[in-house]
Structure formats: structure tokens, C-alpha cells
Design a protein around this ligand. Structure first.
Ligand SMILES: Nc1ncnc2c1ncn2[C@@H]1O[C@H](COP(=O)(O)OP(=O)(O)O)[C@@H](O)[C@H]1O
Ligand SMILES: [Mg+2]
Length: 377
């Protein structure tokens, strides 16, 4: 982690910063690699973090759009450190530890960071088309048209990068918060997985028990929610939910005030009735290949099976989506889900009614191993 080390030593060094301030023209010099930004540079890029530049608000910080002096557009995430829990710091280090060193066409590019007092800043390439939740899964009136080919490319892109993080990298990386608002879309709608604030480096192939359950309700694997058991298969579960969302065009727990069933329950019921295609987004109006859509929905259901062991690994998911694997004889078993999801959401809604935005479900983190009932508190 040389990068992180040099980042911290540079960020905390007042001398270094003063020197940079004396030579403002040097600030924008960048070969596109990860670098340390000065606070002044980021403040000027975002017009002093002006509210009109704010483009996102997530569980751990606000995100601002900014323009560097060389014209490059960036997104700047601001994390405030909570001194008691060190919340914010942990997320900052997790993003640095994972994103600063790796490159993949479906990963957002982290350009650099900055440390200033109790604030931490992460600087990414700016993604023109916001996130999947915002752009494609919003209300009928506001969401953009999302044709079959685009859905297919987004699904395969996200699956490919997860296969890369899980299987090609050593140590493996678990994302732990795969959801539609953490999938950014660039100018061409290429998906870029972002938000590695909860990511974990996994040094061996085993799962481990986390005392700190974190993630987003609705995407959370049942074994993780109930006993804190984390493995690559918990990311596979979240991916399965995401895939069902992409094909159906409905957010995971949308319209819960109408008591609409959780997307996983709905897909399982449709599978039982041998009518999986009724899950497909009506917006597509029959303009999609039926066999392929059915395959995608089956893959979604395979990923959310209750028993983590029998969920496929991400490279297998990629092969199935690309039709490189025969799925004729595939058996799908019962999906798992956090039983009281609707109650949890409704209670959360009451508690945070003023915060509800297009964030696509709030990420939470808790310091104890949670049961479904404690999640609701
Ligand atoms: N690089 C980026 N380009 C454009 N928008 C971004 C970028 N990074 C984040 N955002 C916006 O900010 C939101 C929150 O960012 P995220 O990294 O998920 O932070 P959090 O940890 O707070 O959830 C995203 O859902 C997206 O709308
Ligand atoms: Mg997020």
C-alpha cells in the first residue's frame, strides 16, 4: 500500500502543502495517475463546495461536481470524521486501499485524495449519467428509456468487475454494498462500480464473521444480516437482487406502501408459475429476446438462493449471462431474504421520512451482529 502511505504523509505535511500553494501552476499537473490534491484546489474546483455543485448524498458523505483547472470534470466525495466511532475514516481508508491500486473498465477511477482537518476527500472521474437507480429505476415519468441491449451490457459489466474483484485479485475484494445507486454510468452508459467505503480485502478463501454488519436492506444476504457471515457469496446475493431490478425496471423495495412484494419473492413466485417473463419491465413492450430475458432472470434467482454455498461464483454468472454455459438442467432452490423487509422499510421510512431521496435505499452500518428484528430498531 505504498500509495496510501505516501498519500497520508503528503496530506498531513503542512510544509508540502505550503510549497504547492506557492506554485499554483504545478497543481494541475497530472499524468492521470493517483495523486494528492490540496484542499485549496478542491475548494476552487467546486466553488467552495457550493450547494449548487452537490450531486449526491450517500450514507457516508456528500458528493460535489467540480472542474479542475485543466478542464477535467471530477466528483469530490467529502467524508466528515466522527471522532468517537472513527466513522468516515474507515470508509476513506477502505476506498483508498481498494480503488487506488486497481483498474478495470467497469470500475470508477479514483484520481486522488486529500486530508484536511477532520475532513477527508476522494476525487473521482465525473460520471455524466449519474447512477443506475437515479437514471433507470426511478418513477415512470422520470426514468430514461433503457432498452434490452443496454440492460444486458450493464448487467454483464457489473458481473465482470465483480468476477475480477472476487477471483482475479489477491487479496480478493468484497464490495459489500452492491446496489443500483452505487453503479455509476458514464457518458456512454458504461457501468462503473463505485463506493468502496464498505469494501473488505479478504486474504483467504473462507468467509468470516463480521461484528459490524453493513450494507443496504433489500440487497443484504440473509446469512449476513442474521449472523454477520460475510463471503463473496454475499456480494453474489446483492448482485442477484440488482439483476432482478435491471430486468424488471423496478427498485428492490419499490412501492412498499402498496404492500408490493419484495422483488425476490415476486420473481420466485413467477418462476413457480412457469411465467418468469412477467417480471420483465413493461416499458420494453415485447422488444426483447424472450429466451435471453428468461436466462437473465434465472441467473438472478440462482444468485439469491438461500444457501450461500450453492449460489454461483461471479465468473460462472458472467458465463451464464453471456450464454457460454448451458442452463437447461439448472435447478433453482428457494431464495432467501430478510423476512421482515417490508416492516423494516416502513419503520425506517417513518424514522427518516425527511431524508428520503433518490439514493436507492440507505446504507447502514451497525457495530453488532444483527438479527432481522434488531435491524428494524
Ligand atoms: N464519480 C461520480 N460521478 C458522478 N456522480 C457521482 C460520482 N460519485 C458519486 N456520485 C453521486 O453521489 C452519490 C453518492 O456517492 P457514493 O460514492 O455512493 O457515496 P456514499 O458512500 O455516500 O453512498 C452516487 O450515488 C452518485 O449519484
Ligand atoms: Mg453509495
Amino acid at each position: 500500500m505504498k500509495i496510501i502511505h505516501s498519500c497520508f504523509s503528503t496530506c498531513f505535511s503542512v510544509k508540502e502543502e505550503t510549497k504547492q500553494e506557492e506554485e499554483p501552476n504545478k497543481e494541475d499537473e497530472s499524468d492521470g495517475n493517483f495523486r494528492v490534491f490540496t484542499y485549496r484546489e478542491l475548494a476552487s474546483a467546486t466553488r467552495g463546495f457550493h450547494p449548487s455543485h452537490k450531486i449526491g448524498e450517500g450514507g457516508f458523505g456528500s458528493v460535489y461536481k467540480g472542474g479542475l483547472r485543466d478542464g477535467t470534470l471530477v466528483a469530490v466525495k467529502v467524508l466528515s470524521i466522527e471522532m468517537e466511532s472513527m466513522r468516515g475514516e474507515r470508509e476513506f481508508v477502505a476506498e483508498l486501499a481498494t480503488l487506488a491500486n486497481i483498474k478495470h473498465q467497469n470500475l470508477v477511477i479514483l484520481r486522488g485524495c486529500c486530508v484536511e482537518g477532520a475532513k477527508r476527500y476522494l476525487v473521482y472521474d465525473y460520471m455524466e449519467n449519474n447512477n443506475l437507480h437515479h437514471t433507470f429505476l426511478g418513477s415512470e415519468e422520470s426514468r430514461m428509456r433503457f432498452n434490452w441491449e443496454a440492460r444486458k451490457e450493464v448487467s454483464i459489466g457489473v458481473a465482470s468487475v465483480l468476477a475480477f474483484l472476487h477471483e482475479e485479485l489477491k487479496p480478493h475484494i468484497l464490495h459489500r454494498d452492491i446496489k443500483s445507486s452505487n453503479i455509476l454510468l458514464d457518458r456512454d452508459f458504461t457501468p462503473k462500480v463505485s463506493d468502496f467505503g464498505l469494501a473488505k480485502l479478504l486474504r483467504d478463501d473462507k468467509s468470516y464473521i463480521s461484528t459490524r454488519v453493513a450494507g443496504t436492506l433489500g440487497y443484504l444476504a440473509p446469512e449476513y444480516a442474521s449472523s454477520g457471515q460475510v463471503s463473496r457469496k454475499s456480494d453474489v446475493y446483492s448482485f442477484g437482487v440488482l439483476l432482478l431490478e435491471i430486468i424488471s425496471g423496478r427498485p428492490v423495495v419499490g412501492a412498499y406502501e402498496d404492500r408490493e412484494r419484495f422483488i425476490v419473492e415476486k420473481a420466485w413466485a413467477a418462476y413457480g408459475e412457469n411465467d418468469l417473463l412477467k417480471m420483465v419491465d413493461p416499458v420494453l413492450d415485447m422488444n426483447y429476446p424472450g429466451e435471453e430475458a428468461k436466462r437473465f432472470l434465472m441467473v438472478g434467482l440462482l444468485c439469491v438462493q438461500e444457501t450461500a454455498k450453492i449460489r454461483p461464483r461471479m465468473p460462472e454468472v458472467v458465463d451464464m449471462l453471456k450464454n457460454k454455459k448451458d442452463m437447461e438442467c439448472v435447478q433453482i432452490s428457494k431464495p432467501g431474504f430478510v423476512e421482515d423487509l417490508r416492516n423494516i422499510r416502513i419503520r425506517q421510512e417513518v424514522m427518516h421520512s425527511s431524508e428520503e431521496s433518490s439514493s436507492g435505499g440507505a446504507t447502514f452500518a451497525s457495530t453488532s451482529s444483527l438479527t432481522t428484528s434488531t435491524l428494524a430498531r
